[in-house]
Design a protein around this ligand. Structure first.
Ligand SMILES: Cc1ncc(C[n+]2csc(CCOP(=O)(O)OP(=O)(O)O)c2C)c(N)n1
Length: 323
């Protein structure tokens, strides 16, 4: 922790709060019937996205999942176009044609949320191969879930990344469930990171609610990739507060589990740690909470007041023109 400046710690806290408040707002907007389509929320996993993306620049890439809002914010995508995208408005990141599950911002290196479980692995290898062929030092992070870890695509991607020594960091966000199926049921391995051995790459399992553990592990993996030493696999074990998607009855969550989640809340843990060490004052953190609330309220207003795409533009930006 000593090497993280106060300025950066404040930025990290703000990003995590931005994710939390964006997701809480998305949940209430969905409940009010204002958002169409599927919405999968990332609240509870903030430390993973932010801990990893804190080591990346706009020139680096990430691939995401169906639970992609947190990855977008962690990578620096603006919340106004994100919120507008959820509303399906023309000012959205994808001009309102992608929705929650397809938010992308290539200028920020966010290659897109993705409804196909396990699809991010091959995409990350593509971005990694591009960086390798061009000789840049760009790193690609592939976020994927515990459920996705069972997909053949992820195994193929990890094998390919290793044999071609691609600058890719595989980050498995193990929130304990694939939809309602517990990881203990669907996963034959003790830890998903054990599979790194099969691909002859470094593999670690860390606490996905401990920002500082993630920051440290990701820092090493990103540096290794940037030095041209190839891929790594990080498994971050945590939880998600919300159900698989908004509308999920969450019958697989017990009261005891929800109590346990609150005790391990990654934002509260971060807050406690910086307060205990007198690195940031409670007043400074509270000021960030208030600022973020305003940013989110403004984003909702922006989204609600923006126009819908014109009907005649229905097919533009959907298919790539073939010249
Ligand atoms: C190829 C494919 N198979 C199945 C689905 C249906 N599906 C959507 S999300 C999901 C579970 C994903 O679980 P995990 O990878 O652990 O991510 P999490 O939802 O926990 O973030 C499944 C099976 C899909 N979208 N794509």
């Amino acid at each position: 922790m000593a090497e993280i400046s106060k300025e950066k710690l404040l930025q990290i806290y703000e990003r995590m709060q931005l994710i939390r408040q964006f997701e809480n707002k998305a949940a209430s907007l969905f409940a009010e019937g204002k958002l169409a389509g599927f919405v999968h929320l990332y609240a509870g996993e903030e430390a993973i996205g932010v801990g990893v993306c804190s080591h990346l620049t706009d020139a680096d890439f990430i691939t995401s999942t169906h639970r992609g809002h947190g990855h977008c914010i962690a990578k620096g995508v603006e919340v106004n176009p994100m919120m507008a995208e959820l509303f399906g408005k023309v000012t959205g990141s994808c001009k309102g044609k992608g929705g929650s599950m397809h938010i992308a911002d290539v200028d920020k290196g966010m290659l897109g949320a993705n409804g196909i479980v396990g699809a991010g692995g091959p995409l990350a290898c593509g971005a990694g191969l591009m960086a390798k062929v061009k000789g840049t030092d760009q790193v690609t992070v592939c976020f994927f879930g515990d459920g996705a870890s069972e997909q053949g695509t992820m195994h193929e991607a990890m094998n390919m990344a290793k044999i071609w020594k691609l600058p890719v960091v595989f980050v498995c966000e193990n929130n304990g469930f694939a939809e309602s199926t517990p990881a203990s049921y669907h996963c034959a391995a003790k830890d998903i990171s054990d599979r790194a051995t099969a691909y002859n790459m470094p593999g670690f399992t860390i606490d996905g609610t401990d920002f500082f553990a993630i920051y440290e592990a990701a820092g090493e993996a990103v540096a290794r990739a940037r030095r041209g030493e190839g891929p790594s696999l990080i498994e971050a074990k945590g939880f998600r507060y919300y159900g698989h998607f908004e509308g999920d009855a969450k019958r697989y969550y017990t009261d005891a589990m929800l109590e346990d989640f609150k005790k391990r809340d990654p934002i509260l843990r971060f807050r406690q740690r910086v307060l205990d060490r007198n690195l940031i004052s409670a007043a400074e953190l509270d000021a960030i909470d208030a600022k973020v609330k305003q940013v989110i309220d403004d984003a909702v207003k922006f989204g609600e007041e923006s126009p819908l795409p014109a009907p005649e533009d229905c097919l533009t930006d959907v298919y790539v023109a073939y010249a």
